[in-house]
Design a protein around this ligand. Structure first.
Ligand code: ADP
Ligand code: ASP
Ligand code: MG
Length: 408
């Protein structure tokens, strides 16, 4: 079998963990498999590199940031190859340039276009373990790009897809995908399996355990993906097309603090205004999430929507500049908010789910400022200070409801 194994930053944070991982990789090879390994930067290296850059130039270009950040992954792969060598194994480390991982030009948020498999296959044929830098690629200018924070998961899944690997194992610091972040919700429990669609929602709604693009690719190429711990032998969570749904009424709760809300007050109530507002945002490549429009009154209406915190300044600037043309009386914003979401494929067929969610928020005394729904999720905007408490209460409510449903 050909297996792709990805180890996250905490799994390779120090010498002991690197040696632990090296042993696991060798074990996989000794069971008769070919192994391609993808690594993240050690521990908090990426954050530390960002801090270093900000001390020197807070407006550093994205190109130079990518040049800097990509060094974290390069350290990990070289150290891992040395560790495997010290245990008597044969390994070679490769960076994105050496492999040929081509990406789009967008620095700091590039997308993988193609991967050259020649060098990898050649090294595998020599019975070597191939250790590849996650998170990075090369664009058409021969510059290093990065795939966005958490992007090593995407490198691993893309490699698994192109190499037709039998499995893509994502090793991390928790035992799998849980019904909520186990670091915040102590009684969250591990799911044996989850569908690509549900995982994609959870990842995009703030469950940072997987890079959402990695789930998108896994779905597209039907990659057999498993999330598990590098520190224990517990079986992880498999992410797949269809699951035998026998879990909580929902598959998970997620919180995302990277949200801010913009409200346009007193827009003229006439056709085309929403079009104008959102075209402006699209032109600046600003993704807009939850949108709410009030019922028109006195010939005016309000439009509110959310954007990522990193896009807030740009969005406000563009809106202020176009205030007159958009007939907006006032632009207001709030960046002390967070998004809380529940996700589950069974939601559409369980009419009580939404009511239960809102009841839990009421129990927690949390006020809701916006609501958005889709077939498999409900999201609400709440005060940032209240989101963790709300996360715990909502999770408790669904856990209890599921238990009493099973008794029936
Ligand atoms: P890695 O460095 O291995 O990529 P990450 O920190 O990116 O690890 O992702 C693992 C973390 O994701 C966990 O430590 C956990 O706190 C967080 N997390 C958030 N939501 C979930 C969830 N639903 N299930 C499991 N982990 C979650
Ligand atoms: N090292 C990168 C980050 O911290 C990529 C990753 O860990 O997946 O975001
Ligand atoms: Mg990660």
């Amino acid at each position: 079998m050909l297996i792709v194994q990805k180890f996250g930053g905490s799994s390779v944070a120090n010498k002991e963990r690197i040696m632990n991982v090296a042993k696991r990789i060798l074990e996989t090879q000794q069971q008769g498999n070919q192994v391609v390994v993808v690594l993240s930067a050690q521990g908090d290296t990426t954050d530390e590199l960002i801090e270093k850059a900000m001390e020197i130039n807070p407006k550093a270009s994205r190109r130079e940031m990518d040049m800097l950040l990509s060094t974290g992954e390069q350290q990990s792969v070289a150290l891992m190859a040395m560790a495997i060598d010290s245990l008597g194994g044969r390994a070679i480390s490769l960076n994105a340039m050496q492999v040929g991982i081509d990406t789009t030009t967008t620095y700091s948020n590039a997308r993988i276009k193609t991967i050259n498999t020649g060098r990898i296959e050649h090294e595998l044929e020599q019975n070597k373990i191939v250790i590849i830098t996650g998170f990075q690629g090369v664009n058409k200018f021969d510059d290093i790009t990065t795939l966005g924070r958490g992007g090593s998961d995407t490198s691993a899944v893309a490699l698994a897809a192109i190499l037709h690997a039998d499995c893509c194992e994502i090793y991390t610091d928790v035992e799998g995908i849980f019904t909520a972040d186990p670091r915040i919700v102590k009684d969250a429990y591990k799911l044996d399996e989850i569908s690509y669609d549900e995982m994609l929602e959870l990842a995009s709604l703030g469950a940072k355990v997987l890079h959402s693009r990695s789930v998108e690719l896994a779905k597209k190429y039907n990659v057999n993906m498993v999330v598990r711990s590098s520190m224990t032998r517990a079986e992880g969570t498999s992410v797949k097309e269809e699951c035998k749904v026998e879990k909580m009424l929902i598959s998970g709760v997620a919180a995302d603090k990277d949200v801010s809300r913009i409200s346009l007050i007193g827009i003229k109530d006439e056709p085309g205004k929403a079009f104008e507002v959102f075209s402006l945002m699209a032109k600046e490549k600003i993704s807009v999430d939850i949108i709410l429009q009030s019922v028109g009154r006195d010939d005016t209406k309000d439009i509110s929507f959310t954007v990522a915190k990193s896009d807030l300044d740009l969005a406000l600037k563009v809106l202020e500049e176009n205030k007159e043309r958009l007939t907006v009386k006032e632009v207001v914003h709030d960046d002390k908010i967070a998004k809380l979401s529940i996700v589950g494929a069974g939601m559409a067929t369980n009419p009580g789910v939404a009511a239960l969610f809102f009841e839990a928020l009421y129990d927690a005394g949390v006020n809701i400022s916006m609501i958005s729904t889709s077939e498999i999720k409900i999201s609400v905007l709440v005060d940032e200070k209240e989101v963790e408490n709300a996360l715990v209460t909502v999770h408790e409510k669904f856990k209890a409801a599921t238990a009493s449903m099973r008794k029936m």
